[in-house]
Design a protein around this ligand. Structure first.
Ligand code: NAD
Length: 476
């Protein structure tokens, strides 16, 4: 894709014109209405090879710049995102389904700029590990080469920036493969960034799983930054083995939230709600299983229903809405199947659970399910949608055991009026992040990554930068 530096990218139409396919293409529809958004290019294996070759050729020149010079480009990239912010948010809303308003499309575009700026600001000095008069040993982080970035459809722009920004900052070049469900958002983001980045540092190759597989095995790619399902993460481990690629894997989660018995249900209900329902539940580190002690169970259920009733769901471009559709029919079917399984087991649906499939769009209503067993599929499987199971517990030991009972461990949360008590419980939970009195709050300064089958490697902060470098010891 070649964008002229003076191209205006300030409206959705201008973005779509800049990324219009020249070869094979595919129609992308709005998950809220079924209307056509645009056609997206379907790139071929040859396109991928050409992108990798161009990225390899550009990499040494980019790596030769200083951290300060590369950071300056990241700040310019943030400026470019801000200049096109409303157009990007509109396109994201139409393609992904998430509303403009609330913690959704505008919020996501804002996060792209914030992550670019934060990633530009971190200090990364060589580490002196021994300096005893006889030996001086330093650890430096050198660029890896070309990074392949493979992403999901839930936060397509923000997650692409999480992969692109540290890669570039460390002197690598990048080939991004967006999800086949949300290629337009990432192609448009790439076009905006490429207005200010030197030529050939960043390529977006739009295609399906086959392109992802080819990236994972590609001889010209040194590292994969992958965010997506655990099943695909395992496939990438296998296909990248022959080239011993470095991997950062941000995989699926099924985050538990544990309420201790001293919380005020009404006071925390809104934060609990958004912890679970941000992006209509289609968030890796959303609260997906809520554990509540017997003593406050009914109050918590009532408080959550009261909040849920006030949150409008609908078409993303309507400013009134804060919840949207599922992004695709396959995900709608997963949520519907899991809620049906809960109903069949005798669990109690407090609100929702009754999608109106006569209407256009993959809307699944906000659903809260009480009196559900811990081994029910709605608890044990990742729903990745707007259906929260609320599980009763008697002792904290029992709650911790249930929280740790799955093979994934991305995030978790503990809620208590006494933060010291919450921290003691947090230390017993098997998850990459445990939040206290909040859930899912990611921050560009704070490392983020999964435990167990939620993946390995860290993103964000200085730890994230190190993951995009190859450590080199200078021992003299
Ligand atoms: P997915 O695994 O189906 O697809 C992700 C990407 O991988 C897509 O671009 C897809 O084309 C590509 N892909 C598919 N097969 C491939 C293969 N064999 N080799 C290489 N690439 C391949 O995931 P999804 O449905 O898009 O996203 C939802 C999942 O992502 C959920 O499980 C969610 O929890 C997880 N997720 C995790 C994080 C995190 O930070 N841990 C963030 C967001 C989403």
């Amino acid at each position: 894709m070649s964008i002229q530096p003076d191209t205006q990218l300030h409206t959705c139409q201008e973005l779509l014109a800049a990324i219009a396919p020249t070869g094979e293409s595919r129609v992308i529809t709005d998950p809220a209405t079924g209307e056509v958004v645009a056609t997206a290019p379907v790139h071929t294996a040859d396109d991928l090879d050409a992108a990798v070759a161009a990225a390899r050729a550009a990499q040494p020149g980019w790596a030769a710049l200083s951290h300060a010079e590369r950071s300056e480009y990241l700040n310019k990239a943030a400026d470019a995102v801000e200049a096109s912010a409303e157009a990007l948010a509109e396109l994201l809303s139409r393609e992904q389904g998430k509303p403009l308003n609330g913690p959704n499309a505008r919020f996501e575009v804002g996060a792209c700029a914030a992550w670019l700026r934060a990633t530009a600001s971190f200090e990364l000095e060589p580490e002196v590990v021994v300096d005893d008069g006889e030996t001086r040993a330093e650890v430096h982080y050198r660029p890896l080469g070309v990074v392949g970035a493979i992403g999901p459809w839930n936060w397509p722009m923000m997650i692409s920036v999480w992969q692109i920004a540290p890669s570039l900052r460390m002197g690598n070049t990048v080939v991004v493969k967006p999800s086949e469900y949300t290629p337009l958002s990432v192609l448009a983001l790439g076009a905006v960034l490429n207005q200010v980045l030197p030529k050939d540092l960043l390529h977006v190759v739009s295609g399906g799983r086959d392109v992802g597989e080819r990236i994972s095995a590609h001889l010209g790619i040194d590292k994969i930054m992958f965010t997506g399902s655990t099943a695909t993460g395992k496939a990438i481990i296998r296909s990248s083995a022959d080239t011993v690629k470095r991997l950062t894997l941000e995989l699926g989660g099924n985050d538990a939230g544990i309420l201790l018995d001293d919380v005020d249900p009404k006071a925390i209900a809104q934060d609990l709600f958004w912890g679970a329902f941000i992006n209509t539940g289609q968030t890796c580190a959303a609260l997906k299983r809520l554990y509540v002690p017997d003593s406050i169970y009914d109050q918590v259920c009532d408080a959550l229903v009261e909040v849920a009733e006030q949150m409008p769901m609908g078409v993303g471009l309507d400013e009134n809405n804060v919840l949207g559709p599922l992004q695709n029919k396959a995900q709608f079917n997963i949520v519907a199947r899991l809620v049906e399984a809960a109903k069949a087991s005798g669990a109690r649906v407090l609100i929702g659970g009754n999608p109106d499939e006569s209407q256009p769009g993959y809307f699944y209503p906000t659903t809260l399910v009480a009196d559900i067993d811990n081994d029910n599929p709605l608890v044990a499987e990742e729903q990745f949608g707007p259906a929260l199971p609320i599980i009763r517990y008697s002792t904290v030991d029992e709650a911790v055991q249930m929280a740790n009972g799955l093979d994934v461990g991305l995030g978790a949360s503990v809620w208590s009026a006494d933060p010291a008590k919450a921290r003691q419980v947090a230390a017993r939970i098997e998850a990459g992040t445990v939040w206290i009195n909040k859930h899912g709050a990611v921050d560009p300064r704070i490392p983020f990554g999964g435990a167990k089958q939620s993946g390995y490697g860290l993103e964000f902060g200085v730890a994230g930068l190190k993951g995009l470098g190859t450590p080199q010891v200078i021992n003299g």
